[in-house]
Design a protein around this ligand. Structure first.
Ligand code: BGC
Length: 454
């Protein structure tokens, strides 16, 4: 029996919104650096290298957080693990807001990263397991929307705070307090969330799962159908090890790994972290240079909520990579034109500005949301935590590598080179989508599992 679309109750939207708050904290911590680094450097007397180390600790924490999140999610459950991430965010930012000694500030940054690693694993998983199939794509994109809102919020508030209290401890403290507020929001609202019905069935607690589905799904017949479908999947194979060592599993794992790798190799975090620096190389400074990229990033994530169900995942990935390719080539050409010139021609400045804006637009409605979404959908229930752990770690590992080496790469090979490199990765990404990515739109996770293991 093919059952692709189900009726759902309105509360689902609210549950998913709260479930996606992990993304907001991800964004707040990820976007924190761009407009606070000067303040951090001034207060803690850091040189550029030490400041880079401080920023990169987030990715190290992210990798390790993702590593443990599979175990947490399986044994503690999805909800309690989200609460745990909320606690890490709250304490990490609260202690940082006290402007502690440098070593403690480093530890906090690591734990904030650890929390993000857990949240970037759990939020997409929770959304995929809780939202009905007909709106699973849209609800999954909420995670990315929250990331971009977080990046935008913290970029804007940091610019404002730094302008009111330039380079003072008070300034840094207030910047962290913004994160504390949202961390508390996430922590407190997570207590209200229902547990994921799929995790409950996995734990043999089908009755509780049915009660939760009653809160989200309209018809009893659909609730029974979902439980039977989940049960069927659980009966199909032996334990975790057997599930993981299937050929079909290794295939989806590889798809998830390469997808997350490309999400980073197209260069997004160079723009998120270093756009003000890059604009600076082209002699563009000021508030616009600091706030433009996060604003465009946030605004153009909204269309994804609709398009991901209307066009499907694959079309978005194609369109996004093609747009990013063209804009990266344009940015490369602009930098080649700029060369060593002391006075940058306005025409080239405008080309660069437009190219980066179009690039962010291309990422925001496609690779940003869809990479996380597909990874939360393709794994079979029994091996889902394991698969997501690996793909999330890959995302953070490549994010860390790009962040760490991008500026030095530009220094050694010239500013234009990195944009051409990202353009090349866009082409490879398109080929990868064409040959390997399955379309997952509108299919229940269980039907998808059947399809992908076939
Ligand atoms: C990526 C992050 C990136 C963010 C920007 C996310 O999907 O995983 O690395 O900073 O998008 O919006």
């Amino acid at each position: 029996m093919e059952k692709e679309v189900g009726d759902h109750k309105k509360i689902v939207y609210f549950i998913c919104l709260v479930g996606a708050l992990g993304g907001l904290l991800f964004g707040l911590d990820q976007g924190f650096i761009a407009n606070s680094l000067d303040t951090v450097k001034a207060i803690y007397h850091l040189d550029t290298k030490a400041a880079e180390q401080y920023s990169a600790l987030l990715a190290t924490g992210g990798v390790l957080g993702a590593l443990v999140s599979g175990v947490l999610a399986r044994y503690l459950g999805r909800k309690k693990s989200l609460i745990f991430a909320g606690l890490l965010f709250t304490f990490g930012s609260l202690v940082s807001a006290w402007i502690p000694p440098l070593s403690i500030l480093y530890v906090c940054r690591f734990f904030l990263g650890f929390g993000i690693g857990i949240a970037s694993f759990l939020s997409p998983l929770y959304l995929a397991e809780t939202a009905p199939a007909s709106i699973r794509g849209s609800m999954g994109t909420l995670f990315q929307l929250m990331i971009t809102i977080g990046i935008f919020l913290i970029s804007a508030t940091n610019v404002y705070i730094a302008s009111v209290f330039p380079k003072s401890p008070m300034s840094l403290s207030l910047m962290f307090c913004v994160i504390v507020l949202f961390a508390l929001l996430m922590l407190l609202t997570s207590f209200w969330l229902p547990e994921s019905p799929r995790w409950l069935v996995l734990k043999g607690r089908g009755d509780e799962a049915a009660k939760i589905l009653q809160r989200t799904v309209s018809k009893q017949s659909e609730i029974d159908f979902e439980i039977i479908e989940i049960d069927k999947m659980l009966l199909r194979r032996g334990g975790l090890l057997k599930a993981v060592f299937q050929k079909s599993y290794l295939k989806v794992l590889l798809i998830g790994v390469v997808l997350q790798m490309f999400q980073q190799l197209v260069g997004i975090n160079v723009m998120i972290y270093y756009a003000p620096t890059i604009f600076g190389y082209a002699e563009m400074t000021g508030t616009l240079a600091k706030i433009l990229i996060p604003t465009v990033n946030m605004l153009f994530t909204f269309p994804a909520i609709y398009l991901v169900e209307k066009w499907g995942r694959k079309k978005l990935l194609y369109a996004g990579a093609a747009i990013m390719f063209v804009s990266m080539v344009a940015a490369g050409l602009a930098f080649q034109g700029i060369g060593q010139s002391t006075m940058v021609p306005p025409m080239l400045q405008i080309t660069l500005l437009i190219a980066l804006v179009i690039y962010i637009f291309g990422f925001a409605f496609s690779w940003g949301p869809v990479a996380w979404l597909i990874c939360s959908e393709i794994f079979p229930l029994k091996g889902r935590e394991c698969g997501l752990t690996i793909t999330t770690m890959v995302n953070w590992t490549f994010a860390g590598l790009v962040m760490r080496y991008a500026l030095s790469f530009m220094e050694i090979y010239g500013n234009a080179s990195i944009f051409y490199l990202f353009a090349a990765f866009c082409v490879l990404a398109i080929l990868f989508v064409a040959f390997f990515i399955p379309e997952t739109r509108g299919i229940t996770l269980e039907k998808l599992e059947e399809k992908l293991s076939g």
